[in-house]
Design a protein around this ligand. Sequence first.
Ligand SMILES: [Zn+2]
Length: 177
Amino acid sequence: MTFLSSEASAADEKKSSQVQQAPLSEAETQAAIKELRAKHLAAPIAGFSMASIKGSFNEIRGGSKHGAADLAAPRNTPVMAVEDGTIVKLFLSKAGGTTIYQADPSCKFVYYYAHLQKYADNLHDGDKVKKGQVIGYVGTSGNAPPNTPHLHFAVGMGDVLRNWWQVSDLDPYEVFK
Ligand SMILES: [Zn+2]
């Protein structure tokens, strides 16, 4: 399934949300995936289909790599923190819409949740969150097609607290499979 083929520009999405660092080497990528898999992350949306996100990471959208997974779900489906951690930034962007950047406990990884309908009540920058805690709700904010509510979910690695938007993307399918 391709939900964002009608997105205005994935390049714009990258510019306004996650700017790519220099790509990780294959060895660095494999080490990061292994570390993330050992965390046994919770699903950001209950019962999403792994098959539906296979290959989504490498799809080219508007000339650049998608670098994320799109999880289809009805509007207002709860979005849950995949791990304990800290809300680094609640960010409104043209492409991503209503988004959340969440750091893992080590502040080495960042989880990015986009196209939200709204945030959970009383969620703020700097808040500590627990794995499975509802942090927002699925929507179509930003450039998501209005009739295909979904969560755009990305996993990044880098200097998360200083440059939360500038991280190297890791394939969510590889992290969750
Ligand atoms: Zn997406």
